[in-house]
Write a protein that binds this ligand. Sequence first.
Ligand code: DGL
Length: 262
Amino acid sequence: MSAAPIGVFDSGIGGLSILHSIRQLLPDEDLIYVADSAHAPYGPKGEEFIRQRSLHIMQYLAHRQVKAVVVACNTATAAAIAVLRERYAIPLIGVEPAIKPAAEQSLSGVVGVLATSGTIASDKFLTLQSRFSGQTQILTRAGTGLVELIEQPQIDEAAVLALLESFIKPMQNKGADTLVLGCTHYSLIRSQIAKVAGPDMKIVDAGTAVAKELQRRLLTHGLNSLTPASHPVSFVSSGDLAVQQRLLARYWPESAAVTALV
Ligand code: DGL
């Protein structure tokens, strides 16, 4: 058992969707959330850059003596989790597009995956995709531009809906009845996605699965906390703190203060 905090990070605020699932399942854990918003989006940046940023954030979290880290970003998981695991011995949990549950739920046998261009091009994703492509047709689409809109202090609803239409309708026209949200940012606009996708399309993300995997790993290593969390979530960001504060007010239900990532 350990009262040390758990680190959670993303290129920006997208990982709040995962943080929410963790908070629900593990209310006794102290949590530190790092948003690398000064460098979001990671999607088009290239694997080497994402690895360097992930190592930098990991170093910060290690300094804060975390007992485990959740890489709450599909793009960073694909690019960097292997190198993080080589260097750090603590439990490291990543996130990848939830193709398995989507394939199980699909009746048409056609599944759409909306993710960043970085995730879709990664070896990790291609391997995952090939595991299921025998039984399920997997249509991929890069959600280019969405992360930028989600990170805006004032969300442009019309622009979000128009982009979503252009991504989701072509997949539906090809028979997709299930949509995987393969970027943690997209779960923050799930209601807009559901509006565009309509009632007949199932929407799947990995938030709950990641929280359960974290719980399992903490228990296996005897690292779970048995006393209620003593602090609100500690939010840290490389971005403009005033903007981050507004984004938190929109996407996080508890009151919270943001400090700068150094
Ligand atoms: N939230 C991220 C993901 O899950 C990254 C989005 C981005 O920065 O491009 O992939």
